[in-house]
Design a protein around this ligand. Structure first.
Ligand code: TYD
Ligand code: MG
Length: 459
């Protein structure tokens, strides 16, 4: 009989220790250690089984010379979902293991069920979270009926894999990894050792049977996939489904992809009958307003490989309660403080006694440094209460000494702004190398320093 043993495991990276630790020695996160119970193999038989990875795998691979290996030339499974194909680098690679992470309720189950219903292939959808009746209701809402989609409500990984081997689906979906449990391990579902064991079993299954597997994983409040490092290196691709639950837009981002670029992203809109692909993001992310209001500026950003025009809004108002507040939604707060400091130091604007609120439209998070120039313009516009005309947009990074720096893919940004009918775009004067300014219908205004911005824009 296996001996029961207690260990402590880090919920972030999976490191284990025999005693509790406040700070994980491996990933240096605080307060991530939890108690876990593992059964240690004691008998000879159990040790053998443990070596084989809990049973099942009897193959005995030998070293093979590279030229003798047959390449995996199986075609990718192309889904009817253009955004998902794009994010995966052109469809699902056979035998790949893909992790989809996201906060509860963001729409992970909806996304994958939708794919399962619309793809003309045999799908095994394993749910440990919902009953088959609930899934049926959801399927009816999404409005797809297919006899190719099989639902299995099971949480025992061994039984799931047996069904998988028997059925040989073209794609298997696991909803979610946190509900699965291996009978070889005593700890509860969702614990570090269970997640690691089940993910390992799924990986072996995918590689041996050439069946792609999608795993849904919930992420913790801090925004990391529970045991992120733990799962990230096991799987071939990590996609993150994000968005503000109060808005309808959702972004599917590639965090890791062994078969494609990590620069891609897909945009969806949550509707009453499921997720709709958004192939033209700019048109919805610009708020439709008739009058020009101060504090709003449009940025030509790149999200992945796609140009997109997003509206930024700033509200600067006199602080009435002691310490002035700074708050940013969809933008890094420290970067906002830096931009405010640059504005004070280089242009003499006084934000010290002002509350500053910043918001990126649509609940979208932007990392692109090119948004700086739009934010700075919105900040000045709100402070001075002068509106920026609706047909102007910006693309430039702001440096610490107030210089406007060049940004990548400027040509694509200008073209997108032009296509959407903007009349002027402000870019860095260092960004014009190789750029034929007269080629575009839109007027390009180049500036080198933040001091010039006020002069050109408001005077
Ligand atoms: P769900 O896919 O269950 O989230 P997850 O699996 O990531 O936890 O999505 C749940 C949310 O999606 C829920 O708040 C309702 C909403 N929703 C719609 O708005 N329309 C729909 O057609 C469906 C199926 C869900
Ligand atoms: Mg779900």
């Amino acid at each position: 009989m296996a001996k029961i043993k207690k260990i402590y495991a880090c919920t972030n990276c999976g490191a284990t220790s025999s005693k509790w630790e406040g700070k994980c020695p491996s990933c240096e996160e605080w307060n991530t250690f939890v108690e876990e119970i593992v059964s240690k193999p004691t008998t000879q038989e159990e040790k053998k089984l443990a070596w084989k990875g809990g049973g099942g795998n009897n193959k005995n691979p030998k070293p093979i010379a590279l030229p003798d290996i047959v390449a995996n030339n199986r075609p990718r499974l192309v889904t009817p979902d253009g955004e998902l194909n794009r994010v995966l680098g052109g469809g699902i690679v056979s035998g790949s293991l893909v992790l989809i992470g996201g906060q509860p309720g963001i729409g992970k189950s909806t996304l994958l069920l939708q794919v399962a219903l619309k793809i003309p292939a045999k799908i095994l959808y394993v749910s440990g979270e919902e009953s088959d009746g609930q899934i049926k209701m959801r399927a009816e809402r999404i409005g797809g009926q297919t006899s190719n989609c099989f639902i299995l409500t099971e949480t025992n990984i061994t039984k799931i894999l047996n069904h998988g081997k028997e059925m040989k689906p073209d794609l298997m979906i696991i909803d979610s990894i946190q509900t699965l449990a291996s009978p070889y391990i005593d700890s509860t579902p969702g614990s570090v050792s269970q997640v690691r064991e089940c993910a390992g079993e799924l990986q072996r299954f995918a590689k041996e049977e050439y069946i792609p597997v999608f795993i849904i994983g919930h992420i913790t409040k801090e925004g990391s996939i529970a045991g992120p490092k733990l799962l990230e290196h096991i799987v071939d691709a990590v996609l993150q489904f994000e968005g503000d639950r109060n808005y309808t837009y959702r972004i599917l981002r590639t965090i890791k992809n062994r078969f494609g670029s990590t620069d891609e992203m897909g945009i969806y809109e949550m509707q009453a009958n499921g997720l709709r692909e958004v192939s033209n993001p700019s048109e919805i992310l610009l708020s439709q307003k008739d009058e020009e209001l101060s504090g709003s500026a449009v940025c030509a950003t790149m999200e992945g490989m796609r140009p997109m025009l997003i509206e930024t809004q700033a509200l600067v108002s006199t602080a009435v309660y002691g310490n002035p507040q700074r708050s940013a939604t969809g933008f890094d707060l420290r970067r906002l403080s830096m931009l405010l400091a640059v504005l004070e130091k280089r242009c003499g604007f006084q934000y010290g006694q002002q509350d500053v609120f910043l918001n990126i439209a649509g609940g979208i998070k932007v990392d692109d440094p090119a948004i700086d120039l739009a934010i700075v313009s919105a900040l000045i516009s709100s402070l001075e209460d002068i509106a920026i005309p609706n047909d102007i947009c910006f693309a430039g990074e702001v440096g610490l000494s107030g210089e406007i720096r060049s940004v990548n893919r400027i040509d694509q940004r200008i073209q997108e702004a032009d296509r959407l009918g903007f009349k002027q775009i402000f870019i860095s004067k260092y960004n014009t190398k190789g750029l034929d300014i007269d080629r575009y219908g839109i007027e390009i205004i180049t500036i080198g320093k933040i001091e010039e911005l006020y002069r050109v824009l408001f005077e």
